[in-house]
Design a protein around this ligand. Structure first.
Ligand code: 13P
Length: 247
């Protein structure tokens, strides 16, 4: 099971360090799960330096080219150089506000693989899509965008993050999460064959008070957490549940 923290554009370096130190002291309790911490890019190196050696560090995005004249961007190789071993690709906040299309995301994903990073590829429908009953179609299209990658045998982690549940306090129901995760498993096994199934995380208002119910769903392999990952005690509680259901 993977529990990933997406800090987004939150916390200063000192606050991030305090948060990580708060988690470090519990790390020995979480021997059966993978913890991935995705701080803002300028803090990757500092957070890698202080994080427990069992914790993974991840980027929140990377550029779709390996290097070059791309002012303000960060390449996958640079993330790896700072000690990252994961990167989030296709978060809905980047799809929406930075206009990242499927073809852009595929380029990013390929660069990430070339740099030796493990991808957490985000999919998920908007409220409008769900109300129109289009959620499977949307997610299927987002998976098709990285079909080349899936065909090549590189197995990403997939995060199902319904856009309407992100940062809203609204959580998808247990049957809806189960149905979508099963759908994603069947789509990816159709594309890749059943040999290497991706792990599928749920993201969208995961909190200490709903984490046990969500993580207990059989098709849920972990969580990608925004707001609740900014609080050491709350995040630790979620990790404890993950450890409990992983046993
Ligand atoms: P919240 O947990 O704040 O809803 O954010 C989820 C998310 O976007 C993680 O990538």
């Amino acid at each position: 099971m993977i529990i990933a923290a997406n800090w987004k554009m939150n916390l200063g370096q000192a606050e991030g360090a305090i948060l990580i130190q708060g988690l470090n002291m519990h790390a020995d309790r979480w021997s059966d799960i993978s913890i991935v911490i995705c701080p803002p890019a300028p803090y990757l190196l500092a957070m890698r330096d202080i994080a427990h050696s069992e914790f993974h560090i991840g980027g929140q995005t990377c550029h779709g080219k390996l290097f070059g004249a791309h002012t303000g961007h960060v390449s996958a190789a640079m993330l790896a150089d700072c000690g990252a071993d994961y990167v989030i690709i296709g978060h809905s906040e980047r799809r929406q506000s930075d206009g990242e299309s499927g073809s852009v995301l595929l380029e990013q994903a390929k660069c990430a693989i070339d740099a030796g990073l493990r991808i957490i590829y985000c999919v998920g429908e908007t409220l409008e899509d769900r109300q129109a009953g289009r959620e499977s179609e949307v997610v299927s299209g987002q998976l098709a965008d990285i079909q080349d990658l899936l065909n090549s045998g590189d197995v990403p982690v997939i995060a199902y993050e319904p856009v309407w549940a992100i940062g809203t306090g609204q959580v998808a129901s247990v049957p809806d999460i189960e149905a979508m995760h099963n759908f994603i498993k069947s789509e990816t096994s159709r594309i890749m064959g059943a040999s290497d199934m991706p792990q599928i995380l749920y993201g969208g208002s995961v909190k200490p008070d709903n984490a046990e119910a969500i993580l207990s769903i059989r098709s849920v392999d972990g969580a990608l957490i925004g707001g609740a990952s900014l609080d050491a005690d709350g995040f630790a509680t979620i990790c404890d549940y993950a450890q409990k259901v992983s046993r």
